[in-house]
Design a binder for this molecule. Sequence first.
Ligand SMILES: [Zn+2]
Length: 286
Amino acid sequence: MPELPEVETIRRELQLRLRGQTVRAVEVCVPKMAHPSAAALRQGLSGRRVLAVKRRAKMLVCVLSGQRYLVFHLKMTGQLVFAAKSGRTVSGGHPIPNLGVLPNKFTHVIFRFRGGGTLYFNDQRKFGWVKLVDADGLHAMTAHLGMEPLSGAYTWGAFARAVHRYPNREIKQVLMDAERIAGVGNIYADESCFCARLRPTRRVRTIREGDLKILYRCIPRVLRLALRHKGTTQDTYRRVNGQSGYMAPFLNVYGRKGKPCKRCHSPIVKTVVGQRGTHYCPRCQK
Ligand SMILES: [Zn+2]
């Protein structure tokens, strides 16, 4: 599941390619992925220009002329690939080995632009979706979301308030609650807790203010580190080198059960928090 750094990486790539482009035609192969309907997408998008590509939580938002918004959610295995007129492609999202010639059997929606470029929305499992909305529709989709941890809204005061709302919850559950903090998923919640030397299972009320402050600082640090590394990953991915461990080299705990802690060499353990696999070092995370 792509989290904030992955979606933000895709956003940056798409912003470079799509801004200023005008939609010529839309083809929808899997109608259930297109909202409000395939016909609405075909009719509502043609002739509209992409003004910017933004992100809210894990959603990508293409701001279009005429106050329309094209919102993508890649879910588990969604992928966006932009092919320029020259044939050069830039992709982001779930790695599909041997991408090959596009469209392929995983291509479900195709956006063609007047400049000759094409955006392919691929998804192996078809859980992803794309939705065309107006300003009210966008508001309805985003109003409940919590603060963006890489934005100015993310302050110590706002963070402390959000966390203390649930004193009996395990801290990881709060970090993953999109209505409090947007875009932090399973991987970066574990990594942020490691950074702060806090067990993901710690109840909020038992955490001292000083330790909570460290966690507050760790979250954007971990996300920015992932963003930086994602650049390299995207290169690997574009060359379609397979899907193993694309974020692995810089992860400290996630997916490292039984391996030595990079800080103290104790074996990393795996438990469950909120039905999600959760990793921590039993020695240096308290
Ligand atoms: Zn350790």
